[in-house]
Design a protein. Structure first.
Length: 282
C-alpha cells in the first residue's frame, strides 16, 4: 500500500489568548488530515505521535477517515505526527511524511441571549450545523448565513423546529459568518485547526464572512489584500448591548470608526465595490 500523505498546512496551529475568546482548562489538541488511499482492501488508518521527531508511542486506530483530532495534549507542547494505512489483512504501510504542530486549547466563543454574529475560523473541514452546535443543543432558536455570491437566494437558514426540507443551511465552513439567535447566555466550544492561508471570494455588494486569522489584527492590516476595494465593514458585539454595531469606513476619520480590529470567532459584513478575494494569512 502506498503511504498516505498528511497535509502540512493543516498542522499549522496557533494559540488563542486575547479579547473575548479565552483559553480554558480543557486538554489541548491538534487536528490533522491526510489524502485518502484508494486500495479496495483499505481498512483504515493509524495515527502515531510523540514529542520527539521519529519517536512515537502506541498508534491510535482511527478507522477509515481522513481527519482526526488528537486530544489530551499539553498546551504549547510541540508534537510530531505520522500516519499509516492498513488493509483488511492488517498489512500496514510505512509512515507518511512527518508533520509537527503545537497543541492548542479549543476555542470558546461567548454567546448572549438574542442575536450573535460569530464565525468558526479554525474548522478543519465543512461541518454539519447540528454537529458544530452540538455543545449548545437546545439553547438556540435559529441560525442564518448570508452568501453574497448567491444572488438568487443569499440567505440560508437552519431552525431545529422546522422540518428538514425547510432548512437550506446544512454545512458551515471556516469562511462564513453566522447569525445565531440564542435562548440564553452560554459558550460555544469549537475545535479545529487554523490554515496558513484562507482565500475568501467576495462578490460586489454585501458579504457576511469569517475573519480566519488566528490573532486579532487592525482592520486595515487584516483587509490589506482587498485594500481600496471595500467600502464599509460592520461587526456586531452582542456582549456590548448598549452599542453592539461597530463600523469601519475607510473614508471616515479614525475617530468616527469604532470597529478597530477583526477578531477570530466573530463574523463581519464587508461591502465591496467589485468582485475580489480576501486572503488572510497566519
Amino acid at each position: 500500500m502506498r503511504n498516505p500523505f498528511c497535509r502540512k498546512c493543516s498542522l499549522v496551529i496557533f494559540i488563542i489568548a486575547f479579547g473575548l475568546i479565552s483559553r480554558i482548562a480543557l486538554a489541548a489538541q491538534i487536528g490533522i488530515r491526510w489524502d485518502p488511499n484508494t486500495e479496495p482492501d483499505l481498512a483504515g488508518y493509524r495515527v502515531y505521535y510523540g514529542t520527539a521527531s521519529g519517536s512515537y508511542g502506541s498508534p491510535i486506530d482511527v478507522g477509515n477517515v481522513t481527519s482526526y483530532t488528537l486530544t489530551g495534549l499539553s498546551a504549547g507542547q510541540l508534537y510530531f505526527i505520522a500516519v499509516t494505512a492498513h488493509d483488511t489483512s492488517n498489512n500496514q504501510s510505512g509512515y507518511s511524511n512527518e508533520v509537527s504542530g503545537a497543541a492548542t486549547d479549543p476555542m470558546r466563543i461567548p454567546l448572549k441571549a438574542g442575536w450573535n454574529l460569530v464565525s468558526f475560523p479554525n474548522l478543519l473541514q465543512n461541518t454539519l450545523v447540528t454537529d458544530l452546535l452540538s455543545s449548545i443543543s437546545g439553547q438556540y432558536e435559529s441560525v442564518y448565513s448570508y452568501k453574497g455570491c448567491d444572488t438568487a437566494d443569499p440567505w440560508k437558514i437552519y431552525n431545529p423546529a422546522l422540518p428538514p426540507y425547510a432548512n437550506d443551511l446544512q454545512y458551515v465552513d471556516r469562511t462564513t459568518g453566522i447569525w445565531i439567535k440564542m435562548k440564553q447566555d452560554t459558550e460555544l466550544n469549537v475545535s479545529g485547526t487554523f490554515s496558513i492561508t484562507t482565500n475568501i471570494p467576495l462578490c460586489n455588494g454585501s458579504n457576511m464572512v469569517s475573519y480566519t486569522g488566528s490573532q486579532a489584527k487592525p482592520v486595515v492590516e487584516a483587509l490589506s489584500s482587498i485594500s481600496g476595494k471595500y467600502n464599509k465593514v460592520y461587526g456586531y458585539k452582542a456582549t456590548d448591548p448598549s452599542d453592539p454595531w461597530k463600523i469601519y469606513d475607510p473614508s471616515l476619520p479614525p475617530y468616527a470608526n469604532d470597529l478597530t480590529t477583526l477578531e477570530p470567532g466573530f463574523g463581519y459584513w464587508i461591502n465591496v465595490g467589485q468582485n475580489c478575494t480576501l486572503s488572510v494569512n497566519n
